[in-house]
Ligand binder design. Structure first.
Ligand code: PMP
Length: 401
């Protein structure tokens, strides 16, 4: 059982802001002390670059940085050569899509979905525009889920890329990606998985899922912002045209041409996100320390508790009562979500209002925007109760209940 009081000791923001009811972890998780300490350690005691120096400090920093790569690799059951540090999930997804600009042709098809975050769909929309490949959407179920059947209905020999979210950031639905990947591979397509919302909540084994690429961000898993990860199968990363050119990614340079190093270096031009990677490694240690099973049991219980209470309120629509991730997407009927979110803030309740960088989801739901409450390991029943009271008060204020 998770003891939230103890957990909050690990998140310094609760010492500085003891009254916050933070229900926006799907946007960014709070930062764990261990990760902050590691970032601080780098700046206070090391502060130098990696890979380049022949001196002790450079060696120590490089060991820490490459140790972080190894840790990330083990976390998702990959090899260290398959881990590219990026600025975030957005950069990772753009990096892959950019390389496929040169690999796709007119008539090729890219399968995606209306559940995508903009960072998973817009790069492919641009690739499609540039190459004249076609963007194809998986038909969703009435509830808004991607299913194996829906996927099979659009998969064809023309499919070259499948770019899907693992868990929707708005509706919290889990995509059956293992089955989808098997079908995609049978047609010779590659699978690019957006794991920004799944990696912070569940154990991921890229070997088992067999996806070709996986992207995620450090800041959603208690780690620093400014660091993310692109996992890719080694033989694919080795062929990926770099998004950026510069220092440390190059093998030989002549006046006319250049050759690139093997992955991951070919995809990490310039000084990498050293402190971010080191901080992320500490966040991963923390996640291991708690364990995904414990985290899931805790957030699932809290999610169900809150959902039940919210559904009992008149004048509220919940769009995703069967969500797999601890995310509730809802509206107070006829009231703009921003008005509700502003009022919730008066109760120190932080939720997200808007289209959540996934406008196609709002369009699918037939609304302009929604509210989203999301939970993580540091939330408790008191948070849920205050949230429900605040929603009730906002509803009463705007709807005159
Ligand atoms: N995909 C999903 C599903 C997300 O929720 C997010 C973050 N909201 C991203 C991609 C992009 O992540 P980042 O902003 O950290 O690059």
């Amino acid at each position: 059982m998770i003891d939230v009081k103890n957990i909050r000791e690990d998140f310094p923001v609760y010492q500085k802001q003891p009254n916050i009811i933070y229900l926006d972890s799907a946007a960014s998780a709070l930062k764990v002390k261990a990760a902050i300490h590691q970032v601080d350690h780098y700046y206070q005691t090391l502060g130098v670059n990696v890979h380049r120096g022949a001196y002790d400090l450079a060696y120590e920093t490089t060991m820490l940085f490459e140790g972080a790569r190894e840790k990330v690799a083990q976390f998702i059951h990959a090899s260290h050569e398959e881990i590219v540090f990026t600025r975030g999930a957005t950069s990772a997804l753009n990096m892959v899509a950019h390389a496929y600009m040169g690999l796709l042709h007119e008539g090729d098809e890219i399968i995606t979905s209306e559940l995508e975050h903009h960072s998973s769909i817009l790069p492919w929309m641009m690739v499609a525009k540039h190459t004249k490949a076609k963007l194809i959407y998986v038909p969703l179920t009435k509830e808004g889920r991607i299913t194996e059947e829906g996927f099979l209905s659009v998969l064809s020999k023309k499919t070259k890329v499948v770019a899907l979210t693992h868990v929707s950031n708005v509706l919290g639905y889990l995509t059956p990606i293992k089955a989808i990947t098997q079908h995609a591979h049978a047609m010779g397509a590659v699978v690019v998985l957006d794991g920004a919302q799944s990696v912070p909540h569940m154990a991921i084994d890229v070997k088992d899922l067999d996806v070709d690429y996986l992207a995620f961000s450090g800041h959603k898993m208690f780690g620093p912002s400014g660091v993310g990860v692109l996992y890719g199968k080694k033989h694919l990363l080795d062929q990926l045209e770099p998004f950026e050119y510069g220092g440390e990614m190059v093998d030989q340079v002549t006046k006319e041409s250049a050759t690139w190093k093997e992955a991951p270096m070919r995809l990490e031009a310039g000084t990498p996100v050293i402190s971010g990677a080191i901080g992320l490694a500490a966040a991963i240690d923390y996640i291991h320390q708690i364990g995904f099973d414990q985290m899931h049991a805790h957030t699932h219980e809290l999610h169900q508790y809150t959902l039940k209470k919210l559904q009992q309120l008149e004048g509220i629509t919940v769009y995703n009562p069967t969500a797999d991730n601890p995310v509730i997407c809802f509206n107070v009927d006829t009231v703009h979500p921003h008005d509700i979110a502003t009022m919730l803030d008066q109760y120190k309740v932080s939720v997200r209002a808007g289209h959540h960088c996934a406008q196609l989801v709002s369009q699918f739901l037939g609304v302009t925007s929604t509210l989203r409450a999301s939970f993580h390991v540091y939330n408790d029943v008191r948070d849920a109760d205050i949230f429900i009271d605040a929603v009730k008060a906002a509803r009463d204020f705007f709807l005159g209940f």
